[in-house]
Design a protein around this ligand. Structure first.
Ligand code: NAD
Length: 252
């Protein structure tokens, strides 16, 4: 048995899927570093964890900035211990049809999802190698398979699947697994913003989505957190390089 709890990092942990995942990993017994753009935003998740008796640290870091990422990982290793679970969850959308999409919106989405996941993983993997144990979970999306208005986001989410598979190949011999979780429609602020932009009332938007999903409901952040919890566990050590679609039905 480990005297110290394992340490997990969840990026974009201030709200949505990241917050639910941070809480779940804490309930699983891990100490959790919650990274988000603003430390103040990450604090609400940390407070929820500590109220429930867990251990957590709030860090303000832009995952697309190499110097900030490296400093954050040094701080986490110093204050919580060596991180051996990494959930690359921070994300943004900048939706538009390709003929209207500015270059800046392409770059912004690539920077957060792809570069951010690369920088975080590069900084954390040395701790995993040293521990001969690691769990890397990258948030992909059903949008990786193509979604109108999301040429940037779907390219980034498909890119994360290739990133994951290569990590699995390179790092497997050190006891490190890498998997992607690809959510379908989950009721979060990210999708609320889409409904607002389309001028569709939120309840109507969720109902329309739910009708098209085989299990006839929208996903919840906990649906994703449960999946990540399993992939982060000791027992998931023979699952690597996979894309797990968590979408209430098959996707194609
Ligand atoms: P969200 O917008 O509710 O939360 C994302 C968090 O990431 C925010 O707190 C935000 O501040 C943070 N963030 C953004 N840029 C950052 C940066 N550069 N550095 C650090 N933190 C940053 O999103 P969500 O719905 O919880 O989605 C979480 C992840 O799951 C994203 O990667 C998203 O693409 C993916 N996803 C979501 C859905 C869905 O239906 N909600 C579906 C598929 C995939």
């Amino acid at each position: 048995m480990n005297a110290q709890p394992r340490v997990a990092i969840v990026t974009g942990g201030a709200r949505g899927l990241g917050a639910a995942t941070a809480l779940r990993l804490s309930r699983d017994g891990l100490a959790v570093a919650v990274i988000d753009l603003e430390q103040s935003a990450a604090k609400s998740t940390v407070e929820a964890i500590t109220r429930a008796g867990g251990q957590a640290l709030a860090i303000g870091t832009n995952v697309a900035d190499a110097a900030q990422v490296d400093a954050a990982v040094v701080q986490i290793a110093g204050e919580l211990g060596a991180p051996t679970v990494l959930v690359n969850n921070a994300g943004i959308t900048r939706d538009n049809l390709i003929f209207k999409m500015p270059e800046t919106d392409w770059d912004a989405v690539m920077d957060v999802h792809l570069k951010g996941s690369f920088l975080m993983t590069r900084a954390v993997q040395q701790h995993m190698v040293q521990a001969q144990f690691g769990r890397i979970i990258n948030l992909s999306s059903t949008s990786a398979l193509g979604n109108r208005g999301q040429v940037n986001y779907s390219a980034a989410k498909a890119g994360l699947q290739g990133f994951t598979k290569t990590l699995a190949v390179e790092l497997g011999k050190f006891g490190i697994t890498a998997n992607s979780v690809a959510p379908g429609f989950i009721a979060t602020d990210m999708n609320r913003a889409v409904a607002d932009r389309l001028n569709i009332p939120w309840d109507e938007y969720v109902t329309t989505w739910a009708e098209a999903i085989p299990v006839r409901r929208a996903g919840t952040p906990e649906d994703i957190a449960n999946t990540i919890s399993f992939l982060a566990s000791e027992g998931a050590g023979f699952i690597s390089g996979q894309v797990i679609y968590v979408a209430g039905g098959p996707v194609n």
